[in-house]
Design a protein around this ligand. Structure first.
Ligand code: ZN
Length: 431
C-alpha cells in the first residue's frame, strides 16, 4: 500500500478537546507522522480542506445479525453501514442464531468479518447458553476465541445466582460483563414506556423499574464479585442515579446510552409507529433529561448505537407485535452533533471522547486516539455538510429509523481502517 498524505485536516484530540491544523502521513497502515506541511514525496495526497479529523469512532453495541438473520443484516452490510457512519470498530452482540455462546460461533464471526467486513468487528460472547439464563457459557473458551466481553443482550439474566456466578467467572477472566437490564415480570408484553403514550393508545407499558431493579441488584452483585459491570442502553433516571452512586463508591460500574434515548422521549412518538419501538423504550422527558445530565457529569461513560436492523415486513405488523429496535450506525454522529453539540449541551471534544477514547478504554482496546505509531483508524467529518436523513440511502439492510426526514449537519466523509479507505464520501479516492 502506497503512503497516504492527508493534508489540511483539523485534528481533534479527544483526551483534551484541543483542535490543531495538521497533515497526517499514513504508511503501512500506521500513522507515520503528524504535523504542519508534511512533504508530499512518494505518497497519495488527499486535501481535507480543513475538515475535522477524529480517531475512528468505536461502537460497543451493535447487532450485525449474522449468523442466522442475514435477511435483516450481514456482517458485510452492517460493517459497510458502520464505515459510512464513521465507525472503525464495532462490538457485536451475541443474540444471533446460533447464539454466540461457543468458541465456534465467535471464531466464525471473526473469520467472516476478516473476509467480508469493512471495519474491525469484536464479538461479544453470551453469558448463558442460548441466552436462556440458566447455564453459564465457557467464558474462558469464548475469550480464547476472541470475545471481548460477555452479554445476554436482548434479555435480562433473571436468576440472581446465575448472574452472581457469571460475574465471578467474568471477573476472574478480566472480561467486562455487559448487562441488558430488564425484569420480565415487570416488562413482559409491553411495547412502549409505561406512560402517557401507552395510556393514550391502549398499549401495555414497560415501566422504568423493569430496568432499574436489575441495575440495583447487579450493582450489589458487582460489588460482591469485583467484576467490571457495564449497563447496556441505560434509559431510566433511577438507573442513572444508581450508577452515579456506585461510581462514587469506587465500584467498577460503567454505562452506555444510545443516541435515540438522548434525543427522543415518549412525547415525540407521533403515533403507533413501530420505527419508534425499541427496547428499552423511549421514556419520559424527565428520564431523557437525566440521561443528558448523566452524560455531562461522567456517570454515563460512552454512547453506543444499539444498531438493530429489521425488515419493513417484520416492522409492519403494528406497535404491539413488531420487533424491538432501530438502526443507528449511519446517523449517530450527525444526529448527536446537530442536537447536542450545536445546541450547546455537549462540547465537540466531549462528544468525540464519548465515541472514541472512552469506549476504547472501557474494553481495553488499542484504538481511540491519534498518535504517531498507532493504527491509522480515523474518521473525517464535514461539520458544514447538511443533509436530510434518507433511509433509502442506507448501506445497512435496515430502514427502521425514527429519524427519517431529519435535517442534520456533520456527516462523516472519509473513514480509514488501518490506512485503508472503507468509506469515501468525498469522491477523493486516493490518487
Ligand atoms: Zn442491543
Amino acid at each position: 500500500m502506497k503512503a497516504l498524505l492527508l493534508k489540511n485536516g483539523r485534528i481533534l484530540d479527544p483526551a483534551t478537546g484541543d483542535l490543531a491544523d495538521a497533515d497526517i502521513r499514513v504508511e503501512g497502515g500506521k500513522i507515520a507522522a503528524m504535523g504542519s506541511v508534511l512533504p508530499r514525496s512518494g505518497s497519495e495526497v488527499i486535501d481535507l480542506g480543513g475538515r475535522l479529523v477524529l480517531p475512528g469512532l468505536i461502537d460497543l453495541h451493535v447487532h450485525l445479525r449474522e449468523p442466522g438473520f442475514e435477511w435483516k443484516e450481514t456482517i458485510a452490510t452492517g460493517t459497510r453501514a458502520a464505515a459510512r457512519g464513521g465507525f472503525t470498530t464495532v462490538a457485536c452482540m451475541p443474540n444471533t442464531r446460533p447464539v454466540a455462546d461457543s468458541p465456534e460461533v465467535i471464531r466464525r464471526i471473526r473469520e467472516t468479518a476478516d473476509r467480508e467486513g469493512s471495519v474491525r468487528v469484536l464479538p461479544i460472547g453470551a453469558i448463558t447458553r442460548g441466552e436462556r439464563g440458566r447455564e453459564l457459557t465457557d467464558m474462558a473458551a469464548l475469550k480464547e476465541a476472541g470475545a471481548v466481553a460477555v452479554s445476554d443482550d436482548g434479555v435480562g439474566v433473571h436468576d440472581s445466582r446465575v448472574m452472581r456466578d457469571a460475574m465471578r467467572m467474568a471477573a476472574s477472566l478480566g472480561l467486562p460483563l455487559v448487562a441488558h437490564c430488564e425484569d420480565d415480570s415487570l416488562a413482559a408484553g409491553g411495547s412502549v414506556h409505561d406512560g402517557d403514550f401507552a395510556a393514550r393508545h391502549g398499549l401495555k407499558g414497560i415501566p422504568g423499574e423493569a430496568e432499574s431493579v436489575h441495575v440495583a441488584r447487579d450493582i450489589l452483585l458487582a460489588e460482591a464479585t469485583g467484576v467490571h459491570y457495564h449497563v447496556c442502553h441505560i434509559s431510566d433516571a433511577n438507573s442513572v442515579r444508581l450508577v452515579r452512586e456506585a461510581k462514587r463508591r469506587g465500584l467498577k460500574v460503567t454505562a452506555e446510552v444510545t443516541p435515540h434515548h438522548l434525543l427522543l422521549c415518549e412525547e415525540d412518538i407521533p403515533g403507533p409507529d413501530p420505527d419508534y419501538k425499541m427496547n428499552p423504550p423511549l421514556r419520559s422527558r424527565r428520564d431523557r433529561a437525566a440521561l443528558i445530565e448523566g452524560l455531562k457529569d461522567g456517570t454515563i461513560d460512552v454512547i453506543a448505537t444499539d444498531h438493530a436492523p429489521h425488515t419493513p415486513e417484520e416492522k409492519g405488523v403494528g406497535m404491539d407485535r413488531a420487533p424491538f429496535g432501530i438502526v443507528g450506525l449511519e446517523t449517530a454522529f450527525p444526529l448527536l452533533y446537530t442536537h447536542l453539540v450545536l445546541t450547546g449541551e455537549l462540547s465537540l471534544g466531549r462528544l468525540a471522547d464519548l465515541l472514541t477514547r472512552r469506549p476504547a478504554r472501557l474494553f481495553g482496546l488499542p484504538w481511540g486516539g491519534l498518535t504517531v505509531g498507532s493504527d491509522a483508524d480515523l474518521t473525517v467529518i464535514d461539520l458544514e455538510e447538511e443533509r436530510i436523513i434518507d433511509p433509502e440511502a442506507f448501506l445497512s439492510k435496515g430502514r427502521n429509523t425514527p429519524f427519517a426526514g431529519w435535517r442534520v449537519k456533520g456527516w462523516p466523509v472519509l473513514t480509514l481502517v488501518a490506512g485503508r479507505a472503507v468509506w469515501d464520501g468525498l469522491g477523493l479516492e486516493p490518487r
